[in-house]
Design a protein around this ligand. Structure first.
Ligand code: ADP
Ligand code: MG
Length: 269
């Protein structure tokens, strides 16, 4: 942990962040003075329509993009102010699992998972073997270590991707639409496995997802992005009861079946 870490329970904080793309006349403001906090050791889900800036938020956290203004704090450190070297060091504290799992086709499951340990640590081959096999067990992949990505089901690929992301024992794990390509049943299974891993290891999870409302079951906090602004909720029932028209619209579109019936109908019964 950094010396600069605050004693607070906040892992990540956005403070009045603006981010736009394009030149002056065609400027597209993606994030417009947004502020929110992500609690440490919990799961935060970021939701919102396509193109609303969900992936941009993850890239700002990793320092892959810089904000136009505002602060992006990770454990109290302002990411945009970091130099290349500090940024590299900061990134070692993260695990990332983005769409497609990004496995190396020419490496088998064991080698894919061992890669960060071989590249970033001085662990011996025996130690690596022990650690990788333990992770395989945790992620219900025992016995699949010699398979190549092409031989794996979609759900297995996601699990291998997570296994690899967890090897360096990250404090924060970022997921960007991690269930892309999975059917709804597998999607829920994967999320429950991810949830068990988060609870077991205690990292801060940030999940960008369109698997709504299913993914809300995991969330300790939900951030909804809409037209450059954010709304923060403790759980999905807060979303359901929101009076804001665009949130009602979002809820109706994505959570239709779980919404309470309009009051007028209730009055008739
Ligand atoms: N590197 C970039 N250059 C230009 N525009 C970008 C860039 N990254 C994202 N955008 C734009 O920002 C908006 C939000 O993108 P993104 O965060 O990827 O959306 P999503 O919520 O679907 O993840 C989109 O309009 C996208 O075109
Ligand atoms: Mg995206």
């Amino acid at each position: 942990m950094s010396d600069l870490s605050p004693a607070s329970e906040t892992a990540i904080e956005f403070d009045q962040v603006c981010k736009s793309f394009g030149l002056r006349s065609r400027k597209h403001m993606v994030l417009n003075h947004i502020s929110f906090s992500i609690p440490r050791g919990k799961t935060t889900v970021i939701a919102g329509g396509s193109g609303q800036g969900k992936s941009v938020i993850l890239k700002l956290i990793l320092g892959l993009l810089s904000p136009d203004s505002g602060r992006v704090l990770v454990e109290g450190v302002n990411v945009p102010s970091l130099g290349k070297r500090e940024l590299r060091r900061l990134r070692t504290r993260f695990g990332v699992l983005f769409q497609g799992s990004a496995l190396f086709d020419s490496l088998n499951v064991f080698e894919n998972i061992a890669l960060p340990l071989r590249e970033r640590t001085k662990m011996s081959e025996d130690e690596i073997r022990e650690k990788v096999l333990a992770t395989l067990d945790q992620l219900e992949l025992t016995g699949h270590d010699e398979k190549y990505p092409a031989q794996l089901s979609g759900g297995m690929k996601k699990r291998v991707g997570l296994a690899r992301a967890l090897q360096l024992e990250p404090e924060i794990v970022l997921f960007d639409e991690p269930t892309t390509g999975l059917d709804p049943v597998m999607t829920q299974e994967i999320y429950h496995l991810f949830d068990r891993m988060q609870k077991r290891l205690g990292y801060t999870a940030v999940i960008v997802s369109h698997d709504i409302p299913g993914v809300f079951d995991l969330a300790d906090q939900i951030i909804l992005l809409n037209k450059g602004e954010v709304d923060v909720f403790a759980d999905s029932s807060e979303i359901i009861h929101s009076k804001k028209p665009y949130i009602r619209e979002f809820a109706e579109m994505t959570m239709g079946e779980s919404l309470p019936r309009p009051e007028k109908e209730n009055c008739l019964t």
